[in-house]
Design a protein around this ligand. Sequence first.
Ligand SMILES: [Zn+2]
Length: 148
Amino acid sequence: MNPSALLEWTLDSGVVKELEAAWPLEGCGFIVETEMGLAWVKAKNCSTTPQEDFELSPEEVIGVLEARGLVAIVHSHRGASTLSSKDIMGATFASPQGREPFYPGILWLVIGIRDGRVEEGSVWKINGSKGEGSLAGNAERLAFMSCL
Ligand SMILES: [Zn+2]
C-alpha cells in the first residue's frame, strides 16, 4: 500500500470525524483492505490514561487479524503526528536480537489533532532495533501531510 495514498484516503474519509469526536482523548482503529477497497474499523481506546496514549483490546486486534487485510493501525494525538517512545515500546517487544515489531509490515498512522480539529497526519513504519534500551532507528516516517 502506497503510504501517501493511504494517508490521503484517511484524511479524506470519515475516519478523521471519528477521531475529532474522540478528542481530547486519543481515538484509535484499523484500516483494512477488503474486496470493496479500504475500510475503517473503529476500536475502543482501552488505556487508563486515554488523553495521553492508547491501548487496543486483544479481542479487537485478534478480530481484525482473523478477518485479514490489516493495512494500518491508526491513532490520534493531541498535537503533532509524531510517534512517542511509549508508542514505539507498545509496538515492539524485546528479543535476544533487540526490539522487534509486533506487527511486521503493518503501517502506523498517527493523526495530529489540536482543539478538536485534525491538523496533520503521518504514516510510520516501525522497525526493529539492535539494542534493547535504544529506541533510536525504530521508526521511519513514510509520509506526512498537513491539513492547515
Ligand atoms: Zn501515540
